[in-house]
Design a protein around this ligand. Sequence first.
Ligand SMILES: NC(=O)c1ccc[n+]([C@@H]2O[C@H](COP(=O)([O-])OP(=O)(O)OC[C@H]3O[C@@H](n4cnc5c(N)ncnc54)[C@H](O)[C@@H]3O)[C@@H](O)[C@H]2O)c1
Length: 716
Amino acid sequence: MFQGNSITVQRIEDGFIELCFDRRDSSINKLDEHTLKELAEAVELIAAAATVSGVLVTSAKQTFVVGADINEFAAAFRLSEADLASRNLRLNHGVIGLEDLPVPSVVAINGIALGGGMELTLAAALRVMANGARIGLPEVTLGLIPGLGGTLRTPRVAGAEVALRLITGGKSLTASEAESLHLVDAVCATEELRATALDLLRQACNGGIDWRQRQARKRHLPADEAARQQAVFRAHRKEVSARSLKHQPAALVTIDLMTQAATQSREVALVLEAESFALVAKTQAADALIQTFHNDQALKKLFRQHSRDGRPVQRAAVLGAGIMGSGIAFTSALHGIPTRLKDLAPAQLDLGMAEADKQLSRQISSGRIDARRAQSVRDSLTPQQDEAGFDTLDIVVEAIVERLEIKRQVLAALETRLSDDTIIASNTSSLLIDDIAESLARPGNLVGMHFFNPVPAMALVEIIRGSRTHEQTVSTAVAYALALGKTPIVVKDCPGFLVNRILTPYVIAFLQLLAEGADFAQVDRVMEDFGWPMGPAHLQDVIGMDTGAHVWQVISAGYPQRMALPEHDAVRLLVEHQRYGQKSGSGFYRYEADATGKTRKSATAETYALLSTIQPGGQRSFADSEIIERMMLPMIVEAAHALEEGVVASAAELDMALLLGLGFPAYLGGPLKYADWLGLDNLLHRCERYMPLGQHYAPTGSMRALAASRQTFHGA
Ligand SMILES: NC(=O)c1ccc[n+]([C@@H]2O[C@H](COP(=O)([O-])OP(=O)(O)OC[C@H]3O[C@@H](n4cnc5c(N)ncnc54)[C@H](O)[C@@H]3O)[C@@H](O)[C@H]2O)c1
């Protein structure tokens, strides 16, 4: 009856028609603009056909329909808000047509049905789902909202609570979850999917299921139910607002939209949805989160490339059972790799194993693993003071004290106990891999693996390629990081590597602000409102003032032309006064337990008095906007330098590293995406304004070139 690029329609048994998604030359189905046009045509044809008793919607691929075509977003989102809303309404025609067919319809969901894929299923009268399939509305994770009727049909099919959970949470559901939430009418094995769907269709035709009433509810919800739904949406607004990340409005926009649309006809509700969709699609958050999605895809390809020549790690060891070593050893064992944990001090080994036990209890109580698995993880961790078994290792991760001479000595001695192809990964945070390699007989086997604290929680691992590191060593380190469930990003050996190098000018900007009389608590508040998980003063307190002072000094020395630490340095001052931060009870803030035992921080008069000794001009107030610019611009500049020098190969890797390693605000998408959003021309002007403060504000060659050619770091 109909043969398109993505859809075929044919008559099957019992007067039924099958509409099958089968995208030509592709392993998946997706809802691009063309497919939605075909759907509208196909449905029109079915509606006009004689002697049709029901419609079965299927997919010929492993997946059902994976969702919208994200590659079409960039061009579409450049439309004006009004044009984008009209486009959306137009794209809804086929879906509405399916809902308005004069015969019953059933969708056989054989695999993933996400976003538009799931919204399409909601337009049919009935849904059957295969056991292994998943459905969901993940739009909010891209800063968007459903745009094919999902915000109106989900509550009308399954109720307001389900809609809230699905749309504002963004998580997908298994078949049994979907069934228990009344999103689908039946669940069965894949082999039985077609027969079950046809059976439901027959029941609907025979009057066994009131399919007309189901479709009618979606056109207009009965008034009492609509009022009830509105009340539910209103009651949850505060909670949704509290869990929404700053500057990511999609979840709140949806809840307001659903509140308003509940009492409206389908037609009005769809117009409201299209308007809300256009509103969020034009936000900075949507732009950045969609870029991050593309970056993530690019990274997955790179992982395959980078780990191709890697040896799978079957046996690992970690040297040093301190904060980092214990976390790395635990993570390694948790991911099924037998891991030895060596330390010189028995007390440290006890602490390390106690930390592993604590982590395992957490895993059990959150339901991620059971007690038996926890025991086997525990058994695969071997604390030891000697090098027994080191001759059979694939990798040793070194996480001992951060002193070059000690690392050199310890690793040179260690090397003699290892087989020729065991790789050594140093977790150094501030030393150069090339410097550590000096003492080794096999420098090609040395690589940096810079984990972040706390290791079990932080996704990023910088893989540092020294100038003598063998390609296979890099590959094995990448493969090991992937086996640990981490995101490895390969970077060049340079002071601070990537993340800490870009963080340093931000810290310098903070120190300069303080030296000029800024209030650290105001800077923290402004930067937290701007989207950072914590402000720079609090961050220093968490890192530890002594650790921070050391790291900033090392990195600053690596880039003397633009990262000189200011003469009046608050961090150094606090170290001199033994105010090491959270761990010592005071740093910028004072930390005290409240009545419930929870640690609370406060800014005290004593701190202000101490800081005034390095504020020759006295205290001064700064506009919030100036604080943001002075803090953020040097990060962008340093990110541009790092990309120009090839510290990482792409803007995608750079931005992902900062998002994962530093908690860079997600709605900005990373420093380079942020630069793109500001516009390179505009950015240059802003930087130039602050250049009297130092070279960390000076635009780089690539920034100027991009501005001149009206391009961006991430391309169009
Ligand atoms: N703490 C962080 O946030 C962080 C983050 C990233 C990287 N790092 C880096 O990780 C490394 C370890 O840092 P940490 O904070 O875990 O230090 P830590 O002081 O907590 O632990 C170091 C451990 O190494 C042990 N040790 C010393 N010499 C040893 C030897 N010869 N053999 C075996 N064990 C030995 C010590 O007994 C101690 O238990 C450093 O290079 C540091 O720069 C730290």
